[in-house]
Design a protein around this ligand. Structure first.
Ligand code: GLN
Length: 483
């Protein structure tokens, strides 16, 4: 038998149901793995060993009493540290929230707990989810398990690294402009950004509300579908959550892809795409064609200014959202201040890291009266263009395929100076974010240095099933990537 830590949730669920293993045994295996591996990887900010074992023991007891439990019961997982967990520190990898213990839980976390999930701990990230490498954490940099000299991607770097390093069976992250898909690609895992509104954002600490979504990182496609099944659905606490019917996501797996039309945007490789990435993604396209899909060369290119529009909107929203960290109600407070103004200033200067401060300043500038028409309103227009690009494209194809990012993981520290290159990493992921539609990063090969490469599938709103169907067929054909 494979080591327990390298098995999928669905395989472990079968073993648990057959009582061949217990959840306590499984949880201990993961806690040991974290103990031995995480000093090198740094995926976790908080490990909840005692409460994890307690939950596991209670699940084992219920199972022993003959109770029929949901598929994810007794399976150890971990959650990005910007998702509120009642009674457990939630820092957003910021000094601002280093002691913050939320008095309530995010809906996604509550739903997982109601389904018997075992929480191993909270995962590292770029501070307030701003970044793409996890180098912006106020605590430490997470390392890529495939090569620890490289970044794991971000901002959900801890979420992807934990899955790749076998320190959790699956994880939750958040994706505003690509923060689940990018690290999943860099670490050789599967990463979903669901349709906006498919999953509740209640209890997800806000970065840019019109773009934020909770996402899922797993070893394979079936696990991803299982987790989405558990967390999807309407939530009275999030008025942007949708009451659209939730399909049975695993039912479509194995249906094959014959006749499905896969669109490739015009000039999609003309950006500065690494040659390994080009080759591997082209190979995946050929493979899908040989499996019966029809490839469609779309006459439309991804709108050129999508990336710029994303950064304008995200920063404008962030500057408003982060105004609440002022030292008054909760979070860090500078003690040395003499008066209120000084307290605000010192608290925010000391509590936020430099990337977060830069974004708050730029965001506030962009919302200034004279800048609003020049930038913010224009960005909204580009956002509409992006929606139109997808509408026109989906009239000609069922789903769209691109690389997840122009390059594979880069060395830690390598891009810190080059802002344009760094932001350019999001060029393929931000369009789906702006349009609010679902996208899935699927491992599809490795570079000459052995670093994972991901391809991104994008579908119309609420068509996650279609993404899973195609990705599952591909995974069955080529094996499940590099995790
Ligand atoms: N890298 C992007 C940014 O910094 C995406 C972040 C995210 O999705 N949370 O805004």
């Amino acid at each position: 038998m494979k080591p327990l830590t390298s098995m999928t949730a669905s395989a472990l669920s079968t073993l648990l149901q057959a009582k061949e293993i217990s959840s306590v045994e499984l949880t201990n295996a993961f806690l040991q793995q974290i103990e031995s591996r995480d000093c090198e990887i740094g995926a976790y900010l908080t490990v909840c060993a005692a409460s994890a074992l307690q939950t596991a023991a209670s699940i084992d007891k219920r199972r022993a009493n003959g109770e029929k439990l949901p598929a994810l019961s007794g399976i150890p997982m971990a959650i990005k540290d910007n998702i509120c967990t009642r009674g457990i520190r939630t820092t957003c990898a910021s000094k601002m929230l280093s002691d913050y213990v939320p008095p309530y839980s995010a809906t996604v976390y509550s739903r997982l707990m109601q389904n018997g999930a075992v929480l191993l701990g909270k995962l590292n990230m770029d501070e307030f989810a701003m970044g793409g490498s996890t180098e912006n954490s106020a605590y430490h940099t997470t390392r890529n398990p495939h090569n620890t000299a490289y970044v794991p991607g971000g901002s959900s770097g801890g979420s992807a690294a934990a899955v790749a390093a076998r320190e959790a069976v699956y994880t939750l992250g958040s994706d505003t402009g690509g923060s689940v898909r990018l690290p999943a690609a860099f670490c050789g895992a599967v990463g979903l950004r669901p349709t906006y509104g498919r999953v509740s954002r209640y209890g997800l600490v806000a970065y840019a509300c019109s773009l934020d979504q909770v996402g899922i990182v797993t070893k394979d496609i079936r696990d991803n579908a299982l987790v989405l099944q558990t967390i999807a659905g309407y939530d009275a606490n999030d008025f942007t959550s949708s009451s659209a019917e939730i399909p049975d996501y695993t039912a479509v797996l194995g249906r094959g892809i014959s006749g499905l039309r896969i669109g490739v945007p015009k000039d999609v490789f003309s950006q500065t795409v690494q040659s390994d990435v080009k080759q591997v993604v082209a190979c995946a396209l050929e493979k899908l064609e040989s499996m019966g899909a029809e490839l469609v060369e779309l006459p439309y290119a991804i709108p050129e200014l999508a990336l710029q529009a994303y950064y304008i909107l995200a920063l404008a929203e962030a500057s408003c959202n982060l105004a609440r960290y002022d030292g008054v109600r909760y979070g860090y407070r500078a003690e040395a201040a003499e008066d209120l103004q000084c307290m605000y200033r010192l608290t925010r200067s000391e509590g936020f890291g430099s990337e977060v401060k830069r974004r708050i300043l730029v965001g506030a500038y962009l919302l200034g009266e004279s800048q609003k028409t020049a930038y913010y309103d224009k960005a909204l227009q580009v956002r509409r263009q992006v929606g139109l690009f997808f509408d026109k494209s989906f009239a000609m194809c069922d789903l769209i395929l691109t690389p997840t990012s122009p390059t594979a993981a880069y060395r830690i520290g390598e891009q810190s100076e080059d802002l344009a290159v760094k932001l350019g990493m999001d060029c393929y992921t931000v369009p789906a974010s702006l349009a609010g539609i679902p996208a899935l990063s699927v491992p599809c090969g490795i570079t000459a240095e052995g670093l994972p490469i991901g391809m991104q599938l994008t579908a119309p709103a609420f068509c996650e099933s279609l993404l899973y169907r195609v990705a599952y067929a591909y995974e069955r054909e080529v094996g499940n990537g590099t995790v």
